[in-house]
Design a binder for this molecule. Structure first.
Ligand code: HMG
Ligand code: MG
Length: 294
């Protein structure tokens, strides 16, 4: 039922830090990324080329990329919403970007200042140019399982947005539970509506403690790429009630128990999250981190 191997898409440096009260110094971010690579993670979402006023926590994207010690075999994708963001990402030498769409009208407005349809007009030239430059483009979809303003979200709405992103040229779709309200039955329903399940990834926030249950459900449905964040950091400044992502340690602990390969050294990772928690001045919300480092 479960895949033999899971690819972990580590979002700690981007999703994890975009919602922090304080701006983490770039040197600390670079050390964080270095330690995550040392722990065996091979996809490290590094930052976002969004408007610096919208997300001041990541306004140092250029500086971060310039200081990055690129490790062999490690990819450093970044979020890009529009052509201005793409210009910046290209100038920084990025090889892999992610656009981020909304499944709902309200969140498109709040997160991107666009209507649902206008978001595609914004993405279209980004994807066309990025592909022409030889970049890989991932597509996120937010609010796939519920929206704080609109309530329930119909799976058909998620599929419609997903199809448009795939048609545009995204190689993978990450289904985001931005506010962490999904439960396993709904996860099955949303995934079942997609034709190409091998092109899906899942991205659960852990607001209601369901992120791991939802992730394991997705794995049983045929998904094998999972987004998670070291120490369970994360959240979205433009979504009410969004809390941290599924902690990478929680995921790795479960995968280890099930004999599923992932390539990560759990002790090194937990030590990194404990160190990052010290930098941020508060304990990691991950119980696995606390159990291993307490
Ligand atoms: P806007 O205000 O509509 O932008 O914001 P605009 O296109 O009207 O441009 C206004 C000015 O901003 C212009 O400058 C642009 O050049 C500048 P002016 O000509 O007036 O001097 N500008 C930029 N500057 C730097 N970098 C840029 C950029 N773009 C425009 N990229 C915009 C539209 C999309 C930019 C804004 O809404 C934005 O930055 N949004 C990002 C919000 C965000 O980062 N949210 C968190 C990430 S999504 C997430 O966390 C969910 C996820 O984890 C999955 C899940 O959990 O569901 C992925
Ligand atoms: Mg997120």
């Amino acid at each position: 039922f479960y895949p033999q191997r899971v690819t972990i898409w580590e979002v700690g440096a981007r999703d994890g830090l975009q919602n922090e009260q304080t701006v983490v110094p770039v040197a600390t971010k670079l050390e964080f990324l270095g330690r995550l690579a040392d722990a065996g993670l091979t996809t490290l979402e590094a930052t976002s080329f969004v408007h610096p006023k919208w997300v001041p926590q990541l306004a140092d994207a250029e500086e971060l990329l310039a200081g990055l010690d690129h490790r062999a075999g490690v990819e450093y994708p970044v979020l890009v919403p529009n052509e201005r963001g793409l210009d910046r990402a290209l100038a920084a030498g990025v090889g892999h970007i992610a656009i981020f769409a909304s499944a709902t009208e309200t969140f498109a407005k709040r997160n991107l200042n666009r209507t649902l349809d206008e978001q595609f007009e914004m993405f279209e030239p980004v994807v066309t140019r990025a592909l022409a430059e030889g970049l890989r483009v991932r597509g996120y979809i937010s609010m796939c399982f519920g929206d704080p303003w609109e309530g329930d979200v119909e799976p058909e709405q998620v599929h419609a947005v997903g199809e448009r992103l795939l048609d545009m040229g995204c190689w993978q779709l990450s289904l985001g539970d931005t506010i962490g309200v999904a439960t396993p039955g709904l996860v099955e329903d949303v995934i079942a509506g997609f034709d190409e399940i091998d092109r899906l990834a899942v991205h659960f926030h852990d607001t209601y403690g369901q992120a791991l249950a939802n992730t394991l459900t997705a794995l049983r449905c045929g998904v094998s790429t999972v987004d998670s964040s070291a120490g369970g950091l994360g959240g979205c400044p433009y979504a009410e009630s969004a809390t941290g992502n599924l902690a990478t340690e929680d995921l790795v602990w479960a995968l280890d128990g099930m004999g599923i390969e992932h390539g990560v050294d759990l002790d090194a990772l937990a030590a990194t999250s404990a160190w990052m928690a010290e930098q941020l001045g508060r304990p990691s919300p991950s119980r696995v981190v606390r159990a291993l480092t307490g």
